[in-house]
Write a protein that binds this ligand. Structure first.
Ligand SMILES: [Ca+2]
Ligand SMILES: [Ca+2]
Ligand SMILES: [Ca+2]
Length: 167
């Protein structure tokens, strides 16, 4: 399992209860966010990614169980963090939703129990785009955008499928 994840830093994959230490894979800030959450179980795959600015002002965490997505504004930088999700398995790709967190420490959380559009198709590959936005026009902060493609499969089979090539 280890070989599948070591070269996928952006996937930031964490399986609770395995020998993997979140800090080994992701750095202290991100690992503490997941570890302290306390909701992941043995068969839950959790992904996360930060904005691409040098001192990341935003982070998304995707819990494949519950299709739960947490978006965190983690910096008092005057910028908000915005996340947009598409289903890449669909052809043409299907837009799912956009959420935004504004203000240091604000967390926006959505999950399947909230109904649509938050209930994501199981087994499909989703593109997550995270970026910082500024001002009432939500101008994208240059250099802050990052992308990942993650499979919405709850168990460890999520380790096997690779969504990178899905378009
Ligand atoms: Ca799921
Ligand atoms: Ca901020
Ligand atoms: Ca597609």
């Amino acid at each position: 399992m280890k070989s599948m994840v070591t070269n996928k830093a952006r996937h930031a994959l964490f399986v609770a209860g395995t020998v993997f230490s979140a800090s080994l894979l992701f750095g202290a800030t991100s690992s503490s966010a997941v570890a302290s959450d306390g909701e992941a179980d043995l068969n839950t795959v959790v992904y996360f990614m930060e904005t691409n600015d040098g001192d990341p002002g935003g982070m998304v965490t995707f819990f494949t169980d519950w299709d739960k997505v947490q978006l965190d504004d983690q910096q008092a930088d005057g910028k908000s963090v915005q996340l947009t999700v598409w289903n890449e398995t669909k052809d043409p790709d299907q837009y799912e939703y956009t959420i935004k967190a504004s203000g240091d420490g604000e967390r926006v959380e959505v999950h399947d129990g909230m109904g649509q559009p938050w209930n994501l198709a199981e087994g499909d590959c989703f593109k997550f785009r995270i970026q910082l936005v500024d001002g009432p026009n939500e101008t994208v902060v240059a250099g802050s955008t990052d992308y990942a493609q993650w499979e919405n499969t709850n168990g460890i089979s999520g380790l096997v499928e690779d969504c990178d090539g899905v378009e």
